[in-house]
Design a protein around this ligand. Structure first.
Ligand SMILES: [Zn+2]
Length: 459
């Protein structure tokens, strides 16, 4: 009897590999080569084989040997939805039957043999098109951001792949990223959408970065199989880093600063990639928003607020015009109003540049768009006794310069609070998680530690 063979997606028993050529002994693939049918099945006349060892090469209709990244799947026709790795299987035949079969040594990541009768072969998918890919292409120069996600629910690749091709109860596409990094012992990357097309992963109009709304349009989304509130396997983070390196090399318009978390770009609260994700591992490779090393003096930052109130916090309700900064209250429990600067105070600098010279170049950069009228009125040669300038506007300008979606209006409202919370979720995650405790009232407020990190992170 001929042997039956079934070729299927390694992660999905319901996703057969159709049209894969089956060749023996190094024969080239031709139009006449036997192929798997639409359901992944084929037959091999193994009953005519002499006893011995054979190498069966399985060559999917669409395949690549390249690392999964910018070079894979980009030029496929729109109706091609799958690519798999090819696989060489060593089969020992006795009396016309396979008595053993296994992936050739060194090809274990390409697939595996999981059954002999029928011969059941799983292949590693490298492109599994989700429904979230938009239909209108974008130019490579239009790609300027990478957004990192966690699946949060589970580490099941099957679950994620099913999700990416599913619709909700209203028939709406659930969205899908460009890449998925698996949590396998040897983590695998599967391409879900082509880089040359936007895809629904960042939240559409609920997202913005660097002054541009709808991050889906200009970003590449990388989903990671990771269950919320669990530690990240180092091998998976290393695999992610390798993918990031490929992407920043392929798209020079993605500056290394512009590798962020989903949380960073969203106007709604979400833990993605979550508080366990250790951005410091990426920063070590120069990837993502990297805080400058060394400490930063806050003496002249934010109008000198932290020099006057080292344990104070800039927080929601603070307002430059009303001169309310920090969390101090007067005897009646009302927010403390800071006195104005003494009359006749001499400007420390005649303009913003002057302040920059005193405070260091960072402050100069961050307040460059603030009008002269709100610049600090420090008394030369004296220690200021009050908060000067426009600390909230300076804070908002800093956050906006980093990329967060904040308008510098001098009023610490809910948008500013949200941006500060997202900044803290990014920088006080992973190995820095303890710096500003979660659940403490510092989250969403700017204490000295948060202020220092904001000043250290520059585009
Ligand atoms: Zn996400």
């Amino acid at each position: 009897m001929p042997a039956r063979i079934y070729v299927v997606n390694r992660y999905c028993s319901d996703d057969p590999v159709a049209g894969a050529a089956l060749t023996f002994g190094g024969d080239p693939v031709t139009a006449q080569s036997p192929r798997t049918g639409p359901n992944g099945w084929a037959t091999i006349a193994m009953d005519t084989f002499a006893d011995g060892e054979y190498v069966l090469k399985i060559t999917p209709a669409h395949t690549s040997q390249l690392p999964v990244g910018p070079e894979v799947a980009e030029n496929l026709a729109a109706n091609v939805t799958r690519m798999f790795r090819s696989l060489d299987v060593r089969i020992v035949v006795k009396k016309g039957q396979a008595v053993s079969a296994a992936a050739t040594a060194g090809q274990e990541e390409n697939g595996a043999v999981v059954g002999l009768s029928p011969l059941n072969i799983q292949l590693q998918p490298i492109f599994f098109k989700g429904l979230g890919e938009y239909s209108i292409a974008r130019k490579p120069e239009g790609i300027s951001l990478i957004v990192i996600h966690q699946t949060a629910g589970s580490t099941s690749v099957h679950g994620s792949l099913s999700w990416f091709k599913s619709r909700d109860e209203n028939g709406k596409v659930r969205g899908s990223p460009h890449y998925l990094v698996s949590a396998d012992a040897k983590p695998q990357v599967i391409k879900i959408s082509r880089d040359g097309y936007p895809a629904g992963h960042a939240g559409g109009t609920l997202s913005a970065w660097g002054g541009n709304a709808n991050a889906d349009m200009f970003s590449i989304g990388i989903e990671n199989s990771h269950a919320a509130k669990t530690l990240w396997p180092r091998a998976q983070v290393d695999r992610l880093i390798r993918l990031l390196e490929q992407l920043v090399k392929a798209y020079p318009t993605i500056s290394r600063h512009r590798i962020v978390g989903h949380t960073d770009v969203l106007s709604i609260d979400r833990d993605c990639p979550g508080l366990e994700f250790d951005w410091a591992l990426l920063e070590r490779e120069g990837l993502g928003m990297v805080p400058r090393s060394g400490s930063v003096s806050l003496d002249l930052a934010y109008g000198g607020f932290f020099r006057l109130e080292p344990t104070g916090k800039l927080q929601q309700g603070n307002n430059d015009t009303r001169r309310v900064w920090g969390n101090s209250k007067d005897s009646k429990g009302n927010p403390k109003i800071w006195p104005a600067n003494p009359a006749g105070a001499v400007f420390a600098g005649s303009n913003i540049g002057g302040v920059a010279n005193i405070a260091g170049q960072d402050v100069g950069n961050s307040v460059r768009n603030v009008t002269e009228a709100v610049v600090a009125t420090l008394v030369q040669g004296q220690t200021p006794v009050t908060v000067s300038g426009a600390p909230i506007r300076e804070l908002q300008t800093d956050l906006r310069d980093i990329g967060y979606n904040v308008m510098p209006d001098g009023d610490y409202g809910k948008n500013t609070k949200h941006a500060v919370e997202m900044f803290q979720k990014h920088f006080f995650a992973g190995s820095r998680r303890g710096l500003v405790a979660e659940g403490s009232n510092s989250r969403g407020s700017v204490d000295a530690v948060t202020a220092e990190y904001i000043k250290r992170v520059r585009p």
